[in-house]
Design a protein around this ligand. Sequence first.
Ligand SMILES: Cc1cc2nc3c(=O)[nH]c(=O)nc-3n(C[C@H](O)[C@H](O)[C@H](O)COP(=O)(O)OP(=O)(O)OC[C@H]3O[C@@H](n4cnc5c(N)ncnc54)[C@H](O)[C@@H]3O)c2cc1C
Length: 372
Amino acid sequence: MKAEIAAYVAGPAEAWAAQIERERRVPIELWEDLRARGYLSLAAPVTYGGMGIPFTRYLELVELFSMSHASIRMIVHVVNGTWRAMDRFASEEQRRTFVVPSIRGELKIAFTLTEPTAGSGADLRCSVTREGDTYYLSGEKHLITFGTICDYWLLFARLAGTRGADGTVALLVARNSPGATVIAMDESMGVRGTDHARLSFDRAAVPVANRLGDEGQGLEIALGGFLTPSRISVAMSCVGLARRAHELAISYAGKRETFGKTLAQRQAIRFMIAENATDIEAARQLVLHAARRWEAGDAEAAMLSSMSKLQAVDMLARVTDKALQIHGGIGFWQPNAIERVYRDARAQRFEEGTNEIQKTVIARELLGRANA
Ligand SMILES: Cc1cc2nc3c(=O)[nH]c(=O)nc-3n(C[C@H](O)[C@H](O)[C@H](O)COP(=O)(O)OP(=O)(O)OC[C@H]3O[C@@H](n4cnc5c(N)ncnc54)[C@H](O)[C@@H]3O)c2cc1C
C-alpha cells in the first residue's frame, strides 16, 4: 500500500492539486476517487467495512498523503478519524446510520466544535432546549471543515443553563435542518479548496435520537479518547508535509547554480539540509513512539500525543522556513510547490489544539503527577 500511495501522491494527486489551486475548490470527484481507491476506510475495522490497518502502520500512509496537497490530506485524515469519535458512544442503530456509512464514504460528517465567541472547550455557548423527543439548537460555530458540503455536523452544544463540561451534548445535526444557516468561509491562507463554514442556528430541531452518549458527555466525546490518535495523526501530517518541503529543497539545491557552483555544494545549504533531515526524523520517531504507546493502552499516551504534536508542528515551521530559503526569492511565488507547502504548513498549528493548548495539557499532566 505504501508503494501504491506513494505513486498516487506523485501522480494523480499532483493533477488534483493543480486543479484545486487553479479552481480554489475541491472537486466532488476527488472525494469519489479517494473513496473508490479505499483511501477513506484505511483505519476503520474490517467489521465496519474498513481495511483494519493497525494505527502505527496507518500513520506511515498518513505521512505519504501529507506530502500531497493539504486538501487531500485533510479528507483522508478526517474521514479515517471521525468514526473513532462517534463509535465509542454510538448505539447499534447509530452505528448503522452514521458510523458505517461515514466509513464507506456515503455520509460526510463535519466535526463542529469551534465557536466565534468562545474557546474550543468547556465554555462553549451553543445551546439546546429539550421539548419531548426534540432538541432545539441555537448559537454559532465557525471554521468548520467540510461544514458546507457535509451531510451531518457532529456538533457539540450544551443544555441551556448549564456550565463547564456538565450538560454538554454531542449531536448529529442534519445539514438541511430548518433553522440552520450556512455561510462559506472560502478565502483561507492555506488548505485551499477545502470548504469551511460559519454556521448559525435558530431553534434548529434535532431529534434526541441523534445524540451520541448521554447528556453531560458532549465534551468527553469531543475531547476524550478520540483526540489522542487524532493528534498523533496530525503530528504525522506535519512529518509528511515537512518531508515534502525537504525533498523540494534537495531537488532545487542540486539544480540551482550561483557563482559557478550548485547550492548543494555550499556548506551553508548542506547544513540546512542536514538540520532539516535530523529535525524530521526526530519528530517522526516521537510520533511513532506516541502511537505505539496509544496502541498499548499506556496512560501516558495522551500526554505523548500532545508532545508529538507540539514537536512536529514546531519542526514543520523550521523545516519549511529553511526549505523556502533554499529556493531563494522564486520560492515565494506561485506556482512553485514550496510556496503552497509553506502556506499549508501554518494551518497545522491550529488543528487538534494549538501549541499553547498542547503545552497546557503536558504541564497539567506533569504537575498533577508531581503534586499528587
Ligand atoms: C484550517 C482550519 C481548520 C479547522 N477545522 C475545524 C473543524 O473542522 N472543526 C472545528 O471545530 N474547528 C476547526 N478549526 C478551528 C481550530 O480548532 C481552532 O482555530 C483552534 O482550536 C483554536 O481555537 P480558536 O481559533 O477559537 O482560538 P482561541 O481559543 O480564540 O485562541 C486564540 C489564541 O490564544 C491561545 N489561547 C487560547 N486560550 C488559551 C489559554 N487558556 N492559555 C494560553 N493560550 C491560550 C490559543 O492557543 C491561540 O493561539 C479549524 C481551524 C483551522 C485553521
